[in-house]
Structure formats: structure tokens, C-alpha cells
Design a protein around this ligand. Structure first.
Ligand code: SAH
Length: 445
């Protein structure tokens, strides 16, 4: 049934909340405070579909991307960027208020000057749709492919590279991989770029070991896209949601690209985690280091360190740095990154961060400052308990998921207090929120 509603607020992914009686519905593409018309159904489950915006908010704009409705990737594109930043600040503020029953000051979200084409890691899926070679993005939450490579948040070069690959595939009669029939070749193309060095990596993810005419293909691709500095073949023959398989062969160039963040060089390989928005990463790291207020005497721990970026950038401010990271390739990259930048006061350890913390607490090691940047699911209780034994003076907790961050902070507040809360917009136009929290030991100023 179609009825009028007022949008009361948002859920954790910025879907609007509307209410009818005791029933709460969520729906995308609306803005808090708007009067809207929605078609609601109660059975088999509560659902609502927007039919009309009756009184548009002043922050409502026309989305740039023509695939906005289908794709779902940039679900906030109908909202002015300044308002998106405010929404993210408010989300963090509400989360902290609910969790700790206290009003904390949350600083304004640090945004981008020009919040488009920001991604340095871009994925395009190849699929045969009704017998036709198609490439594009997955529609959010499905395996349907939206046949466009013209995306407003990916690097502009992706469109050129992927269009060329598609053309070459047609010329060489290569088809996309078919998961059901286990035939065909290309599954995904991953393009990693460095805005600083202009290097471009292309990873051809294939579903079969046999790549007919491979060297001609590579030659033609490089001839037409001179921006490419390296090409890798990654073989993934499994039925899986993971894009990359284990086996890799370098087909062209050195097999990695180099990026520069805050004056330091970083090696980017196809698999290691690397922040996807370089402009905002520099702001994120600078802010985290500023909040930590490091001194030359400090012994710093960079937990969940990836390829060592934060620890290496912080290394000139402290006496020594330890980085701990689970993924072996990332640790190897971190060690190479230290060498490439002539940094000698760092060591990187390949270990589960929790196991490392528990052992460090047992051995009564000491760290003055811990910067932690766990994955979306957050840290875990044994890690946090060990941190409460190690008792660094300061903890800087960087999170790409403030919901799990708040849960972890509940444990740490036994001995720490929250000094600063700083959201940073790493993913404009999407619901994702990155947040930095500075904690200091209670009773020590
Ligand atoms: N600080 C880095 C990486 C942050 S992403 C940067 O800014 O680039 C989180 C990292 O945690 C990833 O590199 C992931 O591989 C690593 N990780 C995930 N689980 C882990 C665990 N249990 N122990 C150690 N590292 C882990």
C-alpha cells in the first residue's frame, strides 16, 4: 500500500528510516526530514519502496552517474557532499552516545576537495551475458553485471584499459570465464594505480591455465595503453567470491607498482592490502600521527600494519617501531618498504596480532604508543585484554567500521579515556565511515 511518510533518520548504512505504527521500515535514496511516498508491504517481510519524494531536502542533488539506481555502489550520490560529511560525523556521534551514554565531541569529518575518481584499486568483472561479452561492476549484493566501466569513483584510466581488453578479447576470440560451465578465460581485471608515480598495474584474473595468444594479447594491450607499467596473470579456477587466486605470473614489467605517501615510497603488489584513496590516506595518517603526539623517545607499535605504511611514516618521530601483520606477503612488502626508504628503526613481524599482544604482555614488553588499524570486524577480546596489561600511554584506534570500534572501546575504557574522535571520509558517496579515536591512560595527563 502506498502512503506518505517522513524520513526519521538513518540506519547504519544510511538507508532512511520510516515508521508505521510499531513497524519500522528502511529504504535507500531518501534524506532525513524529507516527506516521501513509499509502497510498503508487511508480508512475507517488512519492506518499503520509494515511489515519490514529496518535499526534497535542500541537500538533495541529481546523481551524476546514470547507473546510480542500478549499481548501489555510490548510494549517497543524491546528497550534496558537505551533507554526506555531516551525516558521517553525526553517525559516529550517535554511536558513541548510545554506547557510552555520554555526549562526546566528534570533530567534523575530514573530506576531499574533489570527491570523484579517487580509487587506486579498481575491479571490473567480465561475464558473458546472453551470449555477449560484457564487462562492468556487480550490482550491489548480486552477481548481475552492470555493463559500464565509466565509474565516477574509479580511476579514469580503467575505462580505457578495460575497453581495450574487451576489444582485444573479441579480436582474439577469447571469452569471459563461465563459472557454471568452467569454460572461457577472463574473470576479472584488476587495475591498481599510483597517482603519485603514475604507474599502472593490470591484473588479468583468468579461470583457466590456458591463455591462447597470450603474448600477442599483452603486446597489443601495452601498445594501445602506454600508461600500463606492469601486467600480471592471476589464475583463479575456484568457485569463490574472492577475486584473486593464488597463482601469479608476471607477463610484463616488474610485477608491482610504487606509490608515494607523505614522501615515502611504498611497493604495491596485487594482493597486499593498501588504502584505496591516496589523498585521504595522507590525511588519515597525518591526523593519526598528530593525535598520537609522538616523541623521539617513544617505542611505537603499529598493529595490523599491512605493508607498514603507518609505522614507516611515523618512524622519524619516534625511537623505534614494531609492526605486526598476519599476511606474509604484506610483511615482506613492509620489510622492502623500510629498505627502500632507508629506515632502520623499524621491525616487522608476521603474526596474528592477538597472539603477538598476548605474548608481549606475558613477556612484560612495553610500548609507549599503540596505533591499531584492524579489519572491519574489529579486534578481539584477548587482544584488548593484553593491551590493558601492556598499558601504553596512548592508543590511536583507526577503524573502517565505527560499529565494531565502539564495541572494542567499551573494553578499553576500563583504563583509558577518549580524548579525540575524528572521522575521515575515505569513501565518498558510499556509506562507509573511517574513524580515528585517541585514547589516553586514565589519571595520566
Ligand atoms: N594499517 C594498514 C592496514 C590496515 S587493514 C594500512 O593502513 O594500510 C587491516 C590489516 O590487518 C590488513 O593488512 C590485514 O591483513 C591485517 N589483519 C587482519 N587480521 C589480522 C590479524 N588477526 N593479525 C594481524 N593482522 C591482521
Amino acid at each position: 500500500m502506498i502512503e506518505n511518510f517522513k524520513v526519521l533518520g538513518y540506519d547504519s548504512e544510511f538507508n532512511g528510516i520510516i515508521k508505521k505504527g510499531s513497524n519500522t521500515f528502511t529504504l535507500p535514496r531518501v534524506i532525513k526530514g524529507e516527506e516521501i511516498q513509499a509502497d510498503i508491504t508487511l508480508k512475507p517481510k517488512l519492506s518499503a519502496r520509494l515511489t515519490k519524494v514529496i518535499s526534497p531536502a535542500s541537500s538533495r542533488i541529481k546523481p551524476l552517474c546514470e547507473y546510480y539506481l542500478q549499481c548501489g555502489g555510490c548510494a549517497l550520490q543524491h546528497i550534496k557532499y558537505e551533507e554526506q560529511l555531516k551525516m558521517k560525523q553525526e553517525l559516529v556521534s550517535n554511536l558513541f552516545k548510545e554506547a557510552f551514554d555520554k555526549e562526546y565531541e566528534v570533530l567534523p569529518t575530514i573530506g576531499m576537495k574533489d570527491p570523484f575518481y579517487y580509487r587506486n584499486k579498481n575491479q571490473v568483472v567480465f561475464k558473458n551475458v546472453k551470449g555477449k561479452l560484457t564487462c562492468g561492476m556487480y550490482q550491489s549484493g548480486t552477481h548481475n553485471v552492470i555493463g559500464t566501466t565509466n565509474c565516477y569513483i574509479q580511476d579514469k584510466i580503467v575505462d580505457k584499459i578495460v575497453t581495450t581488453i574487451k576489444d582485444l578479447m573479441q579480436k582474439q576470440r577469447l571469452s569471459a570465464y563461465d563459472e557454471d560451465r568452467k569454460t572461457g578465460l577472463i574473470r576479472h581485471v584488476l587495475v591498481k594505480t599510483s597517482k603519485a608515480t603514475k604507474e599502472v598495474m593490470v591484473v588479468l584474473v583468468v579461470g583457466s591455465e590456458v591463455f591462447p595468444g597470450r603474448s600477442n594479447f599483452v603486446k597489443a594491450l601495452v601498445a594501445r595503453c602506454k600508461e600500463i607499467t606492469t601486467i600480471i596473470q592471476n589464475t583463479n579456477t575456484r568457485v569463490t567470491n574472492a577475486v584473486l587466486g593464488d597463482k601469479e605470473t608476471v607477463l610484463y614489467g616488474k610485477g608491482y607498482i610504487t606509490d608515494i605517501l607523505l614522501g615515502l615510497k611504498f611497493k604495491i603488489s596485487s594482493k597486499s592490502f593498501y588504502q584505496i584513496n591516496p589523498e585521504q590516506t595522507e590525511k588519515l595518517y597525518s591526523k593519526a600521527i598528530e593525535l598520537a603526539n609522538l616523541t623521539k623517545a617513544d617505542n611505537l607499535l603499529d598493529a595490523y600494519c599491512g605493508v607498514g605504511t603507518i609505522g614507516l611514516i611515523a618512524s622519524s618521530h619516534v625511537s623505534k617501531v614494531t609492526g605486526v601483520e598476519l599476511v606474509k606477503d604484506a610483511v615482506n612488502d613492509a620489510i622492502m618498504n623500510a629498505k627502500a626508504n632507508n629506515i632502520n628503526n623499524v621491525r616487522f613481524i608476521c603474526d596474528d596480532a592477538t597472539r603477538f599482544m598476548v605474548n608481549s604482555a606475558r613477556q612484560k614488553q612495553s610500548f609507549d604508543v599503540v596505533i591499531m588499524d584492524p579489519p572491519r570486524k574489529g579486534s578481539d577480546k584477548p587482544f584488548l585484554d593484553a593491551l590493558l596489561k601492556l598499558l601504553p600511554l596512548k592508543v590511536v584506534y583507526i577503524s573502517c567500521n565505527p560499529h565494531t570500534q565502539v564495541d572494542d572501546l567499551k573494553v578499553l575504557l576500563e583504563k583509558y579515556e577518549i580524548k579525540s574522535i575524528q572521522p575521515v571520509d575515505m569513501f565518498p558517496h558510499t556509506h562507509h565511515v573511517e574513524n580515528i579515536v585517541l585514547l589516553t591512560l586514565k589519571n595520566k595527563k
